[in-house]
Design a protein around this ligand. Structure first.
Ligand SMILES: [Ca+2]
Ligand SMILES: [Ca+2]
Ligand SMILES: [Ca+2]
Length: 425
């Protein structure tokens, strides 16, 4: 029914247009335009991160985050009654999904080790004069000049599981809650855990690296329980970013909605494939057969690249075309780290001429992030049905309408993600 109404509307518009055009004696302006679609995201090292408060014996702390398949959790918490020892998983981090793609849940304490930052000479645990509860001030103690390693000295430490407990619960989506408990009240050494840090990351990233010199941020965390520098470093380098997928453009007549109609379910023109898994070919074929679209095409090869591919931060797609007065420009490109979101202008596109003058400049303020309404949205950058993790056409159908995204999740400001500019050739 919706589709039928749309067709009637379009026919009416095209008749209207033809009649105007026939009566038009003034020669129309034409111009050759170059449109550049740039990915202006700032790449981030960590997907998410945060701090862990001081945890005294008998106390615990929880933190929550969203993470998709392929994600790892790392943390570092100082063993306070030492010079520079901290608890953490292996330097790879803990894989949050098993080999079958199931979320890892339950007690994972047996993955925790006691690490030596290699920055301060170790003294007998609990009794060392240069340890935080005994020393005169921060950064007191003999310089060790060593590397990060699992503690390996002549002192005796309580077993990790007698002191430290970490467990994970999962809500069935992508949300994990981690609980760290201090059980040292009944251990051979009773110790607080100093303020620490945690981060979620890929297998290409480490919070700290075995066999290397500790960063100054890790040194402060491990020697004095000062997590401020590490927190700043993580905050500056954590967050969502995304490639864009190959997209389409159309040069359409005024009042025509070539790619989608706002607040209307998608008509099956190929927008779904573009928006869900970044395949613009079906939509491009539909557009090429659309009588109210003068020209259309795919933009799929990053500038400077020799073959089609996704658009990574600081890269651009561009395309050129010649248009005449009365023509509008429409574009669509998928925001890859989502289920079915795409960047586009309003459904009618943007005018390419104002009072006979070709439009040029930065058009980003006219871009919106649209939801195709075809696949249920998951947490951006974590959802396991998003292309990077789910691939192809996975994910529950949404049965919704095309609209500016409004799903409760947080997305970057459009201008922090995409820049669209037009210049004359
Ligand atoms: Ca040491
Ligand atoms: Ca010290
Ligand atoms: Ca959706």
């Amino acid at each position: 029914m919706m589709k039928k109404q749309l067709s009637i509307l379009l026919i009416a518009m095209s008749i209207n247009f033809v009649s105007c055009s026939d009566d038009d004696d003034v020669k129309k302006q034409t111009a050759t335009f170059k449109v550049t679609v740039k990915n202006v995201f700032t790449p981030k090292t960590y997907q998410n991160s945060g701090t862990i408060s001081l945890i005294k014996p008998g106390e615990s702390e929880e933190f929550t985050f969203n993470a998709g398949k392929g994600s790892y959790l790392s943390f570092a918490n100082m063993f306070v009654k030492s010079n520079d020892l901290f608890y953490g998983f292996s330097d790879t981090g803990l894989s949050l999904y098993d080999a079958n793609g199931n979320a890892v849940v339950g007690d994972v304490t047996d993955e925790v080790q006691l690490w030596d930052a290699g920055t301060e000479v170790n003294q007998e645990p609990s009794n060392g004069s240069n340890q935080p509860l005994n020393q005169s001030g921060p950064n007191t103690g003999g310089t060790e000049g060593g590397n990060i390693q699992v503690v390996n000295d002549d002192f005796t430490y309580p077993a990790v599981e007698d002191v430290f407990e970490v467990s994970i619960s999962h809500d069935g989506g992508t949300m994990f809650t981690v609980k760290i408990e201090n059980n040292s009240a009944t251990a051979s050494i009773v110790t607080p855990f100093a303020p620490g840090v945690w981060a979620v990351h890929s297998d290409q990233v480490k919070l700290f690296e075995n066999g290397t010199t500790a960063s100054s941020a890790l040194e402060k965390l491990a020697e004095d329980g000062d997590n401020a520098d590490f927190d700043t470093l993580l905050m500056d380098n954590s967050g969502h970013f995304s490639p864009f997928a190959p997209g389409v453009f159309a040069i359409n007549k005024s009042g025509v909605m070539p790619i989608f109609t706002n607040n209307t379910s998608n008509s099956g023109n190929g927008l779904e494939a573009l928006a869900e898994y970044g395949d613009p070919s079906i939509l491009a074929a539909s557009l090429s057969g659309f009588s109210d679209v003068n020209q259309s095409g795919v933009f799929n090869t990053p500038d400077g690249a020799s073959s089609p591919g996704a658009l990574l931060p600081d890269n651009s797609y561009s395309f050129t075309f010649t248009a005449e007065e009365g023509d509008y420009l429409s574009i669509a490109t998928m925001l890859v780290q989502t289920n079915d979101l795409f960047y586009a202008f309003a459904d009618k596109g943007i005018t390419l001429f104002n009072n006979g003058i070709a439009v040029t400049g930065n058009m980003t303020s006219q871009i919106n992030l649209w939801d195709a309404g075809t696949e249920v949205n998951e947490y951006p950058g974590a959802g396991n049905n998003q292309p990077v993790r789910g691939g192809g056409n996975s994910g529950p159908a949404e049965g919704g309408i095309v609209k500016i995204v409004n799903d409760g999740f947080t997305y970057p400001a459009n201008a922090d993600a995409i820049e669209v500019t037009i210049e004359l050739q």
